[in-house]
Design a protein around this ligand. Sequence first.
Ligand SMILES: *Cc1c(COP(=O)(O)O)cnc(C)c1O
Length: 387
Amino acid sequence: MIPITAVKLGSEVEQSVLEVIRSGILAQGPKVEQLEREFARAVSVPHAIAVNSGTTALVAAIEAAGIGPGDEVVTSPFTFVATVNAILESGAAVRFADISRADFCVTAASVEAALSPRTRAVIPVYLYGQCADMPGIEATAKRHGLAVIEDAAQAFGATVDGRAAGSFGLGCFSLYATKNLTAGEGGIITTVDDDIAERLRLDRNQGMRRRYEYFQVGHNRRLTDLAAAVALPQLVTYPQTVKQRRLNAERLAEGLDGLPLRTPRQLADREHVWHQFTVQLAPDIDRDAVAEALADRGVGTGVYYPRLAHDYDCYREHPRVIRTSTPVAAAVAASCLSLPVHQHLTEADLNQIVEAVRTVLRRDDVARRVDRGGNHGRPPRSSDQSI
Ligand SMILES: *Cc1c(COP(=O)(O)O)cnc(C)c1O
């Protein structure tokens, strides 16, 4: 089976972790400091603050922007649930803006449409590794005095107009196991603001500047040197990782041309880091049947994400989750399917993926029969009603 994600770390990582184990400094120490320095350089910002997860990065950034109870934050409903959870943890309310089919992100216009007098921040989510239209969203945020917090969990290395993800506001990154750059668990916040950087550093370490000297109420949000040691060697090879993912994405897009699906594209002003390669199947295609048929042919797939983040009882009934109509996001959630694009794919894997998708989409049993004129005499499946 060709897996949708593959975590393969080399001997440099083994060596780096071994160094930490032998040093006896397992918690936050010199490896974290080095990771912060190199990460900040990669994003072209003065400050990177490492924390223990991407979710923590979002929570800390939202709090550092001064957002809390009584405030509203606008974000995408088509995201990993951590974005929504982080907003709710801060005490703020969340309101959703629709996405564009071109980049799976909120747009300046959709953010504008979702604003209320209480809106204090916008959190664009750079889904699958491509930034949102940040020049547009930045202008909207400026006009309305909103903080910009970037959910760049999937987009380390991505750019818009040559500017890096994480340099438009408070950048929030994840080092979770399956992200392009991984520490197993971990997160990083980037900022150009010296005061916010200082507050974030204090916040993650119990508000302590020196031992037992407390300057603000804080937390333990520290990353370990063990985790930083896993990530550091991957930073060195990261340009090759992205290049390989880009080549794989180009090969897939080319191979899947002419099928009843929309392939993902890198937009003209952006550099995509291809965390995922996500196609949008035509509305008459049964996604579950396609995924099953691809698995039978040895091709693993993923659905990121099958439902909108607020489309669960625990959010539907939440007093601080404000639901708005987001028809594009709903349609994309119902039709998206991610194919393997990771850097460990071989030429043979890529051929197999393309051949499998071409074969499966030629079969008429993957078409939803209720939506079509001819149903080949077979009854519709119950799931055919679901969208
Ligand atoms: C992974 C991810 C997060 C959360 O990161 P963790 O490190 O898992 O806490 C947040 N937002 C998005 C879009 C993600 O993909």
